[in-house]
Design a protein around this ligand. Structure first.
Ligand code: GLA
Length: 703
């Protein structure tokens, strides 16, 4: 028996490698100063069960006698379905442990590797299975598995749908299991591949919380299980369709990486760790890390592309402070509406007789970077590509395949399809000074089968990664946004090749406040595309004041999704001010950590972003205030002895409905308070009307 311990800033992991069998994770918790006595996990043996302890290993199989769902489900022509491991340690250094496990006389090999990030405490677990036997190994399931304390019973997962993404849902983990399975082929709106578990009701700054995320952009399954035997586990992996992974002699299956962290101080501890981890280890920003403000043509012009209109929008964008112009859907061959054209990635000469050169010239003149919308994985039956290659789609020959938004999915497992897409995108990137691709993906997979009729969901995702990787390698200065109808492909897997997500097609500030709050548990603000839409939302018809919409989009990677050519001077000035403030606060917004705040009013959504002792605090009144006058808002993460200058950046224009008089401090310009006052006594807030917003800025005063 050998013990291995890894330590990070706040966490330790202890893994025991027994004489025989698979390693067991014995401890994952607050940083240890001693290596615990092994007798501390030699638990009592219950009456009327097996005569030996059954351990929940890092790679459970049906051979274990834990009666829990195994990580591995496989067989060789109906045999070898309950493999028993022998393991050896391959690497054991300060932050990494790697084990090689063998079963079935060495015919099945598992490489399992755990890395504990020294700074952020995030665990990354990679695993791959190799068939070293002569016969094909049918792999039905690999779920990377981590044990949990049995006291973890509260679950927060994230569901949603188009224009209603990132909705938290709470479940209680019974003695039994909970399962979240995504079959949509892309990451999906309805089953985000990550969740939180806790030992009590979720609180921002209190309670033991575990956070998990699977870095995978295809079908996936997450499971939680608690058993009568006192075992509890979290499992996640790519969800494999029937017969999808059949490893011939020597072939390997690579599981998506599982990321996990824990916090003793509520879910803000998870947000802090994942936000920092993404920044430090996943996000690959080109030379200039400053996130440019976008102006996007979609909600401004939709398919109404003409040179004058495009030029005018560019001029208005530049005037208001935008830095990057994204030419959205509608520029390519035959794309006059959403029923045709996907697949034909050449500029439509009917609409653009001189190709995109005049637009490129306008953007250069206006000082705007050029971005372009594409949806490479898709094909419309009404396209030249489909006429030439009707067989290039994922389907089962002879079976009915539904369309979605008039489109079908190209088979990215075929190298010639990937080459076609690469060549066309490469040609565009070569010809024009395009620095940004908005990479969309607007439908789910149904019957995702390759040319032989074999399930292809897993390989399709790998094909996408291969294509993205090739493009990024060839064009390292070109950034890519993962769009997917807004929010349907947001995960750490795609983030290795992309720099931004389009969180939702819904720009309604009310909805965005909710989505942005929960997305912040996993992602830093600079990857969350967040645009200022028109006063009346195109997806909900809700109307919000300019400052509510500006002050909401302000907290992400900012953009404009609005026809601002026709704004009056006052509205123009409000936009320009908001964008200038965003640029001023960009270092805090895009390098700071976002934490949720509990304002004491359930009808409010509050949070703070802090960096280098500067802080922004946002309070959005979602519904009618619960009380006529609420409690003081207690700030967090300030320096107690530091004096801060406090000023509202965005506040409601009209306040007379629910409030006769504002709190006194609001009538003093640049008022100063100490960190101790703001954290211990708190700040009285104005009474806010529903759907209004208050954003406060705190700067340290240096005398
Ligand atoms: C999807 C995207 C939108 C827009 C349209 C264009 O819905 O999410 O932002 O690009 O496609 O067709």
């Amino acid at each position: 028996m050998t013990l291995y311990a890894l330590h990070s800033r706040n966490a330790s992991v202890v893994i025991e490698q027994p004489q025989a069998g698979a390693p067991v994770l014995r401890y994952w918790g607050a940083r240890l100063s001693v290596t615990p006595d092994q007798r501390l996990w030699q638990r009592a043996l219950a009456q009327s069960g097996l005569d030996e302890r059954s351990e929940l290993s890092i790679a459970p199989t049906l051979a274990d006698g834990t009666f829990m769902e195994p990580a591995l489900r496989c067989h060789v022509d109906g045999r070898h379905w309950a493999p028993q491991w022998h393991s050896q340690c391959e690497t054991a250094d300060a932050q990494q442990l790697a084990f090689k496990l063998h079963a079935v006389n060495g015919q099945i090999q598992l490489n399992w590797q755990l890395t504990l990030d020294a700074d952020t405490d995030v665990l990354s677990i990679a695993a791959s299975l190799t068939n070293l036997g002569p016969e094909p190994l049918l792999l039905d399931q690999w779920l990377t598995t981590l044990p949990l304390p049995v006291t973890m019973t509260e679950v927060m997962s994230f569901s949603g749908r188009w224009v209603h993404e990132f909705q938290p849902q709470r479940d209680r983990l019974p003695l039994g299991s909970l399962e979240y399975t995504n079959l949509r082929g892309r990451t999906s709106h309805d089953h985000f591949p990550g969740l939180l578990v806790s030992d009590r009701d979720f609180q921002p700054d209190d309670g033991s919380v575990y956070g998990f995320h699977l870095g995978w952009s295809g079908n996936h399954r997450q499971r939680l299980e608690r058993s009568q035997l006192g075992h509890s586990q979290y499992q996640a992996g790519a969800h494999l369709l029937p017969g999808e992974v059949r490893l011939r002699a020597g072939e390997q299956f690579e599981a998506p990486t599982l990321y996990a962290c824990r916090s003793e101080a509520g879910y803000n501890g998870i947000a802090e760790r994942f936000q920092s981890f993404v920044r430090q280890h996943l996000l690959n920003l080109p030379d200039n890390p400053v996130r440019p403000v976008h102006i996007n043509t979609w909600e401004a012009l939709y398919f109404d592309h003409n040179q004058d209109g495009l030029d005018q929008l560019a001029a208005a964008g530049a005037r208001v402070g935008a830095e990057r112009y994204v030419l959205d859907d509608g520029w390519f061959l035959g794309r006059r509406d959403d029923s045709a054209g996907l697949g034909d990635w050449v500029v439509d000469p009917d609409v653009y007789p001189e190709q995109l050169h005049p637009l490129a010239a306008t953007l250069k003149q206006q000082g705007l970077e050029f971005g372009l919308w594409v949806e490479p994985e898709m094909i419309n039956p009404r396209s030249r590509l489909f006429e030439q290659h009707p067989d290039w789609v994922l389907d089962i020959s002879g079976q009915h395949q539904p369309l979605a938004r008039h489109q079908r999915v190209l088979d990215l497992t075929r190298p010639e399809v990937r080459d076609y897409l690469f060549d066309h995108l490469h040609a565009l990137l070569d010809e024009y000074p395009i620095r940004y691709l908005k990479w969309d993906m607007n439908r789910d997979h149904v019957q995702a089968a390759d040319a032989e009729g074999r399930a292809a969901g897993y390989r399709q995702t790998l094909g996408l990664y291969t294509l993205l990787n090739r493009l990024r390698t060839q064009h390292p200065k070109v950034e890519i946004e993962s769009c997917a109808s807004g929010g349907a492909r947001m995960d750490f897997g795609i983030l290795r090749y992309t720099q931004r997500f389009w969180l939702s097609d819904c720009n309604d500030a009310h909805e965005r406040q909710i989505m942005q709050q929960w997305a912040a548990l996993f992602f830093p603000a600079e990857v969350i595309g967040s645009h200022i839409g028109p006063p009346e939302s195109h997806t909900t018809s809700r109307v919000h004041q300019d400052d509510v919409r500006i002050g909401t989009a302000f907290f992400g990677h900012l953009g404009i999704e609005w026809d601002i050519r026709t704004l009056d001077e006052a509205a123009f000035a409000r936009m320009a001010r908001g964008i200038a403030l965003h640029k001023e606060w960009r270092p805090v917004l895009h390098q700071g950590i976002r934490h949720a705040l509990d304002s004491g009013d359930d009808a409010q959504l509050a949070f703070a972003v802090s960096h280098n002792n500067r802080q922004l605090v946002s309070i959005f009144q979602q519904r009618m205030p619960t009380l006529a006058v609420g409690a003081n808002l207690k700030f967090k993460r300030l320096v107690a002895g530091q004096t801060y200058r406090l000023k509202p950046l965005f506040e409601p224009e009209k306040t007379g409905h629910l409030m006769k008089q504002k709190p006194t401090w609001m009538s003093v310009e640049n008022i100063e308070f100490s960190g101790a006052e703001l954290m211990q006594v708190g700040l009285p807030l104005p009474v806010l009307d529903p759907d209004t917003l208050l954003v406060l800025a705190l700067e340290p005063v240096h005398r």
